[in-house]
Design a protein around this ligand. Structure first.
Ligand code: HEC
Length: 156
């Protein structure tokens, strides 16, 4: 679902206001071409600004992740493998929040992904505190790496 942003809403209001100003209500005619051109230019400028800020607008994790296949697959796997009983995206529960894990390993290379995946399978403690992550031994290395790559995408 695409929600209309506040920016777009203001843009529509301003556009309507500018267009109304070019219209004479007594004669029911457009007042003059010059004013229409000014209004049109203003609208073009506003649309340009709006698009620019729209592109920079961060959604979860900095960009829109919902169409990213790594994100979609990892999200499904952490649900299926019950990781969410100890991890939330934005809050530490029994385990650290995924966002915090992503911040800690920001820019990590493939070795880190492999090592974190191994830890997911074998469990372990000491990095985030003394509470251990219990082993998730039914998870394959491949699936664990997919979940880790998903988690690392969640960096702000
Ligand atoms: C029983 C609770 C629990 C479950 C279930 C669990 N975790 Fe964890 N997880 C933890 C705890 C506690 C830590 C912190 C361990 C530490 O401090 O070293 C952790 C840490 C992590 C880390 C960071 C490891 C590090 O060394 O920084 C990742 C990544 C992770 N979990 C992913 C997963 C995934 C993926 C699953 C599902 C397969 C999962 N966890 C299931 C409790 C859990």
């Amino acid at each position: 679902m695409r929600v209309i942003s506040l920016n777009t809403y203001y843009l529509i209001l301003i556009t309507q206001y500018l267009l109304l100003r070019t219209y004479n209500f007594d004669t029911k005619q457009q007042i003059d071409m010059k004013k229409i051109m000014v209004a049109a230019l203003a609208i073009v400028a506003l649309v340009a600004c709006n698009n620019e800020s729209g592109e920079k607008k961060p959604e979860a994790g900095g960009t829109d992740l919902s169409s990213n296949p790594v994100y979609k697959e990892g999200l499904a796997l952490v649900g299926k493998n019950n990781c969410i009983s100890c991890h939330k995206v934005d809050a530490a529960v029994t385990g650290p929040s995924y966002r915090d894990v992503a911040e800690k390993y920001a820019g990590a290379g493939p070795e880190t992904v492999t090592a974190l995946a191994k830890k997911v399978i074998e469990g372990g403690a000491g990095v985030w505190g003394s509470v251990p992550m219990t082993p998730n031994s039914w998870v394959s290395q491949e699936d664990a790496e997919k979940m880790v790559r998903y988690i690392l995408l969640l960096k702000k």
